[in-house]
Write a protein that binds this ligand. Structure first.
Ligand SMILES: Cc1ncc(COP(=O)(O)O)c(C=O)c1O
Length: 446
């Protein structure tokens, strides 16, 4: 017998690699392990019916984020996303029609899973101009207005992903104005943006007018992997807060991890202390790092303060290859694809992490490459509802042989987990090109 997972983790922990990737604690020792791994014993409260310590801790979080209610998830934003859509489904005003959500296409797979489980129809928002990459959307409010006109009836929610994987932040104030004027709830996948609340200028989606959002605390805050928050705004429609716990328990394990809950709990406490100051220092150091990379000839893109997105292809290097060069220099990025190399910073990165990165990037000659070629996602040809296709009998074929067939189970690459083709859509030649670019070689077809 062996313990390969633990052995890998131990070796990685001992290696001294600079962690420019999730989770936010960057491997710093903040917490002991087994002694505190509990279950719902007397006094330890119940996550889905909290009255004691968990209720108090969630109230602390609600106060920190200025929400009506904040729920802990020990199963990431993935659980929060299903929960948010189920809440919107349950509390919508008109139940006589199928649930309809309007969303830009760069959704995480968890959104599609929620649509499958809840039998939701989606009207995709395609930007008239700008990026159509899998990772980012580039939509404007005008794109929303245009798409709204094309909807068969008023959608039950607008759902957006912001920040996206490349560090772009949507115009949430404009979007929330658009939604409020039309009385449509706004739901934000803020998995990458828990820290936005604590910047000098608070740009958290709840502050800017979203009705609900999820934050993967583990992605940008010092919290164990799996720790996430579901926020419900003080202005959210009636009934959201009241049903939220019951709805979340529909999808969740009955054994929530206490280690993860403790980690969120400690994280909230730390945020209440010196975190803001440390975050401000991290933002300055990240900005300086970007400037140094730019001086060395590397182009960085995206407005997010704690992401360094290197437009590698534009500087003459494949983003995946740049990621490999980083690994040789003991730097692990968060994400790479042929166009981009993405690094995430938090206050738990050390000065050595930054200097190691800066040294490497001045040693690699930046050149002149092609402007990034976006994936130009073609508008979907929908052949049947997402749920129906996902539950229909299907078989797997090579992508090369899939042209003209209907997608069975949604297809994503492991990262960024944004689907190029969704259950019920026709697989076209353009889609096949995108799938191959993201390393997806087999697809499920009906
Ligand atoms: C944009 C986005 N949304 C949602 C998720 C799911 O978050 P979690 O891993 O916390 O379940 C991810 C994960 O990478 C993500 O990138």
């Amino acid at each position: 017998m062996s313990s390969p997972i633990f052995e890998f983790a131990r070796r990685y922990a001992d290696s001294g690699v600079s962690r420019f990737h999730m989770p936010g604690h960057k491997g710093q020792v903040l917490h002991g392990l087994e002694p505190c791994d509990l279950t719902e014993i007397k006094g330890a409260d119940y996550l889905y019916e909290p009255e004691g310590i968990i209720a108090r801790s969630e109230e602390n979080a609600a106060e920190l984020f200025g929400t009506a209610r904040t729920l802990y998830s020990t199963e990431g934003s993935s659980l929060c996303i299903k929960t948010m859509l189920a809440i919107a489904h349950r509390c919508r005003k008109d139940h006589s029609r199928r649930m309809l959500v309007m969303a830009p296409r760069n959704v995480h797979k968890a959104f599609i899973n929620a649509c499958i489980l809840l039998d939701i129809d989606v009207r995709w928002v395609y930007p008239a101009a700008g990026s159509r990459s899998l990772c980012s959307s580039g939509f404007t409010v005008e794109d929303m207005v245009r798409t709204l006109f094309a909807c068969p009836y008023k959608p039950d929610a607008v759902y957006v992903t912001s920040p996206d994987y490349l560090g772009n932040i949507a115009d949430i104030p404009a979007l929330s104005g658009f939604c409020r004027e039309r009385d449509i709830p706004l739901i934000v996948d803020n998995a990458h943006g828990a820290y936005l609340r604590f910047l000098d200028e608070d740009i958290h989606p709840i502050t800017l007018g979203a009705d609900m959002c999820c934050d993967s605390a583990h992605k940008t805050l010092p919290c164990y992997t799996g720790g996430a928050l579901l926020h419900i705004s003080k202005n959210a429609p009636e009934g959201y807060g009241e049903c939220a716990k019951n709805v979340m328990s529909l999808f969740a394990s009955t054994s929530p991890s206490y280690l993860i809950m403790e980690s969120i709990d400690l994280c909230m406490d730390m945020i209440g202390k010196d975190y803001r100051q440390r975050l401000a220092e991290c933002v300055s150091r990240t900005e300086l790092c970007k400037q140094r990379l730019n001086s060395a000839g590397w182009k960085t893109v995206g407005g997010e303060k704690c992401k360094i997105t290197i437009a590698a292809a534009e500087c003459g290097m494949n983003g995946d290859e740049l990621g490999d060069r980083m690994r040789e220099a003991f730097i692990e990025p968060e994400y790479t694809d042929p166009q981009y190399t993405v690094l995430m910073t938090t206050p738990f990165n050390s000065e050595e992490d930054y200097t190691r990165l800066e040294k490497l990037m001045t040693e690699i000659p930046a050149g002149k490459g092609e402007r990034a070629i976006p994936d130009i996602l073609p508008e979907a040809v929908v052949s049947m509802p997402i749920r129906k296709a996902a539950f229909s009998p299907s078989r797997e074929v090579d992508v090369e042989d899939a042209e003209g067939l209907v997608c069975g189970l949604t297809v994503t690459s492991c990262q960024p987990s944004v689907p190029a083709v969704i259950s019920g859509e026709v697989i076209t030649a353009d889609i096949i090109k995108i799938l191959k670019r993201y390393g997806v070689l087999r697809v499920s077809v009906l």
